[in-house]
Design a protein around this ligand. Structure first.
Ligand code: NAD
Length: 282
């Protein structure tokens, strides 16, 4: 049976380490602060923001939550971001996506100071990442890398197949894997013979958003399997992109859903905030 890549456990360990770093920062007069902007009342976004606030509180990171009405204009949001960029007490800025249609996502991402860009979505940070010299790293891919490192899973020379090419998961993860000397293939909705490809992977990352798309016929025996997906199945149960029960029989390592990649994403957001706060005093 596959060994569980326990993101919940590792995220708690990281929280403990961050707590100590925050204590040291506070002794030097710096209180790490994360500003979170949430526009509208998307239920999933509200849950994410609440989880982020909870973990920040546990670690001792200050948060300032700005809840804005769904009709907020782009100009108004740009003005708020400009104020946060100039506020020396704020170390990280996060604008919760998705945004309502009157606000252009790219414009907003580019307006955030790259040095306060905790999500790592700004073109400066994406560019640095792809050049092999990251400054800020998107949280979900970063969390996956930390999880693999914790369990000492080697990456150099391994065949990694990433399914999904979004800017928040697949693409930045491909860059990180290349930076760690893996041989990377990125599959997506136009990929032909998907399972033939995934069956060759030493490490498979599923970031598609389709409930239990990958079952045992899609997986090589002994593969490491990372399940990023968060979906509801027909019965309304929270499931990943991997058929967890069947794949656990043949994979060597597997991330559960929930309790795998999800908690690592939030832990990396906290780590990025603390990193920024430390850099601000150096
Ligand atoms: P997205 O919709 O932006 O991207 C999905 C990708 O899957 C696209 O690149 C698309 O080309 C590809 N795809 C779609 N159908 C496919 C198919 N049949 N075969 C192969 N490729 C296909 O999604 P995203 O934001 O990258 O998120 C993906 C999933 O991961 C979602 O379920 C999301 O909820 C979850 N997610 C989880 C976390 C976490 O912290 N655990 C973070 C981000 C996203």
């Amino acid at each position: 049976l596959a060994i569980k890549l326990d993101g919940k456990k590792l995220s708690q360990k990281i929280a403990g380490q961050l707590q100590q770093r925050v204590t040291k920062l506070k002794a030097r007069g710096v209180s790490p602060k994360l500003a979170v902007i949430l526009i509208g009342d998307d239920p999933a976004s509200q849950i994410y923001v609440r989880n982020k606030r909870r973990m920040a509180k546990k670690i001792g990171i200050e948060t300032s939550d700005l809840r804005l009405p769904v009709a907020t204009s782009e100009e108004k949001l740009l003005q708020i971001i400009a104020e946060l960029n100039n506020d020396v007490t704020v170390h990280g800025i996060l604008v919760q996506l998705p945004l309502p249609p009157q606000i252009n996502e790219e414009t907003i991402i580019q307006a955030i100071d790259p040095l306060k860009d905790v999500d790592g979505f700004h073109p400066f940070n994406m560019g640095k990442l792809f050049m092999g010299a990251p400054y800020a790293i998107p949280c979900t891919p970063n969390g996956i890398m930390q999880l693999l490192a914790e369990y000492r899973i080697p990456l150099a020379g391994k065949k990694v197949v990433i399914v999904g090419r979004s800017n928040i998961v697949g693409r930045p993860l491909a860059a990180l894997m290349i930076n760690h000397n893996a041989t990377v293939t990125v599959a997506h909705s136009y990929t032909k013979n998907l399972f033939e490809l995934t069956r060759r992977a030493d490490i498979l990352v599923a970031a598609v958003g389709k409930a239990e798309l990958f079952s045992q016929t899609a997986i090589k025996s002994g593969a490491v399997v990372i399940d990023v997906g968060i979906n509801r199945n027909a019965a309304g149960k929270l499931v990943g992109d991997i058929d967890q029960i069947k794949v656990a029989d043949i994979a060597s390592y597997l991330t559960p859903v929930p309790g795998g990649v999800g908690p690592m994403t939030i832990a990396m957001l906290m780590k990025q905030t603390v990193d920024f706060a430390e850099r601000s005093v150096k």
